[in-house]
Design a protein around this ligand. Structure first.
Ligand SMILES: [Zn+2]
Length: 125
């Protein structure tokens, strides 16, 4: 992403109460994570592959973030994309629903949110 792209991302993140994202682009995941952490904005990230899904809600400076969990992007080509490996469609819907619920709680009721963030894991096989 370019410097102006980073500025655009920061402008979007910093003006929102919460961010939701799900992409199979690993550099983008880290970039969005970093923008949210620096801007102290909560976010929900979800990832899906084949029959599995995971979602985490991060409360910057209060919980573990994506970079704490995964440290750095995997080497290019080491993880199959959704188009290569396939995705069970309803998993995407379930993870999106969880993210909507998490964004609602972090935006509308931040005082009652967990102090440690949330993590959801689903395995359908
Ligand atoms: Zn972190």
């Amino acid at each position: 992403m370019t410097a102006s792209g980073n500025a655009d991302l920061n402008a979007v993140v910093y003006t929102r109460l919460s961010t939701i994202f799900g992409t199979d682009n690993f550099p983008a995941k880290f970039l969005i994570n970093d923008a949210c952490v620096v801007g102290r904005r909560p976010y929900s990230h979800a990832g899906i592959l084949r029959f599995n899904g995971q979602a985490i809600t991060v409360l910057p400076h209060r919980s573990t973030c994506y970079r704490c969990l995964f440290l750095e992007p995997p080497p290019p080509g080491s993880v199959p994309s959704c188009s290569q490996a396939g995705v069970l469609g309803p998993i995407a819907g379930i993870m999106g629903t969880i993210q909507a619920m998490e964004a609602s709680s972090t935006s509308l009721a931040p005082a009652v949110c967990s102090q440690t963030g949330y993590s959801w894991w689903m395995r359908s096989t």
